[in-house]
Ligand binder design. Sequence first.
Ligand code: ZN
Length: 629
Amino acid sequence: MAETQGVAFKMRHRFFTLSRWFLVTGITVSASVTAIEFSDPEALLPPVQQWSGKSELLIAAVDDPWITPAERSGLRGTPEYDDTMDWLHQLVAAAPELEMVSLGRSLQGRDFWMVIASADRAFTAETLSVTGKPLLLAHSGIHAGEIDGKDAGLMLLRDMTVAGKRKELLANANFLFIPILNVDGHERRSSYGRVNQRGPAEMGWRTNARNQNLNRDFTKLDTAGVRALIKVFRQWKPDLYLDLHVTDGADYQYDITFGGNGRSGWSPAIGNWIEDVYRPAISAALSESGHEPGGLVFATNGMDMQDGFLTWSGDPRFSNGYGDAAHLPTILVENHSLKPYKRRVLGTYVLLAETLALLAKEEDSLRQATTTDQQRRPLSIPLGFKRDENQEPEKVMFKGISSERYQGKVSGAEVVRWTGNPVNEAIPKVYISEPEKVVDIPQAYIIPAAWSDVVERIALHGIRVEQLSEPLITRAEVYRLPDAGIAEPSGWTPNPFEGHIRIDPGEPVKQVIETTFPAGSYRINTDQPLGELLVLMLEPQAPDSFLQWGFFLEIFTRTEYAEAYVMEPLAQKMLENDADLRQRFEEKLASDDDFAASQRQRLLWFYEQTPFFDKQYLLYPVARIPRPE
Ligand SMILES: [Zn+2]
């Protein structure tokens, strides 16, 4: 509602019923006919559990000169972008351990600010790396309505510096903190940003100023925000990266849930480190502070816990999937949306502080895991992961909230009602860890010079690319895509997603060719630390391949055609001279009524079998150079 000015703004405290429509300055808005008072969005949510915890002692006293804007509101509100940055600039001016740099600007011209916290006052990537201390990178607000991490980070930066309460955390670790990544979305503020979330009083919007979701952008890199972040990965080389969110979905007792991409993803050593080293330490600290830590929870049936819950292995378009594919240790933090803002912010503070403390102790084990995964050179790679249907899911103890179902009179379907009562029970935990669509990894990919826009994006990730200085004569594998189509057509066909037309590659047909790649073609070897990420961006069947994101739409258009006055007599001659062709034609006529009824299709069938037909039609232009036998 915040985007629709005028009428919607004046009636912001009313509940809108979609019955009448009219236009205000070109924007369609709904008119209110039922004036339900709507000043307390949280009243719509399931019952809240009473909570108090030791972490409440972290809140600054009201007369503390360094009280944060959120603390001043009793951790019920969150400051606007300008107020946040003003407060941070003042802190940085007062704290010798802090510096702030802009990583670039958003579509609406706001800086992406990053705070550098270093006891050694090492404020460049080079000097920071010389300190040898482990480096934590965290950002909040990639989905700007989920902003807990920003207000937790402000408190922690204060306590590690001017307040002198947690100075030890910076003694053996460095910290990079981006308080708001989706800065424009953050300023699209209202009380109605996220209907399933309990505070803050006003919150930003999920997507950016062009309605792009930054947490779907990690491979294709359309947005300035994620491009800036990827540059931080490359330049500053953090040892651990935290992406701070808030959930949607089911109710349960856990307040701070977090995890990586699992033990059996693209970075198994890192996956094991997260489960065996990170999780126990952080969970213990959270429990000690009065919080209820848990793993990431996704209800199997998308509704309640009756069928248990799933683990999740993100594709590389997501931060956690990207980190897994790029061998960058990445933790996705999802605070539970139904817990009050104060509880979520304090839990995030504890998680951030304990992560810094843990890094100081476990620097070596983490770096060893990362090196192990970076140096792996598997011969094949799964393009995704799925549920293992043959495996009976294990039952695990789950701290749930009891629920019941009822028949919705409006929706005409079963709806869940959360009662607010805690219930601890064993429920199935389903692992999404079975490799799916395994492909062998080639020695290199060749991308023609004509597709340099794709190559530029690949290079932004830090993948080494070379350009052929002379022609390369070689054997290569190419894919034809005879049954590719528009993915997930909908009421809108095609269905735009993130500003792209998604392509379903169908079943690609691999062909081996002897060919010459001209000078100027791009050769990208897989034998590099980001080689697996490269495969996941170039194999047609990978969900985040550039092909599936619609970067190769041109290959699906046929651009030459044959006139009937040429094809009719030519087809006649072809039939007369080729008994086998005649038999195939007659079989096709007999078996395919549409074909038999269409002059266009009949002549096209012959045209396709002449040398005039476009050999590049439906040919994926990216070639694979196989490994030597
Ligand atoms: Zn989110």
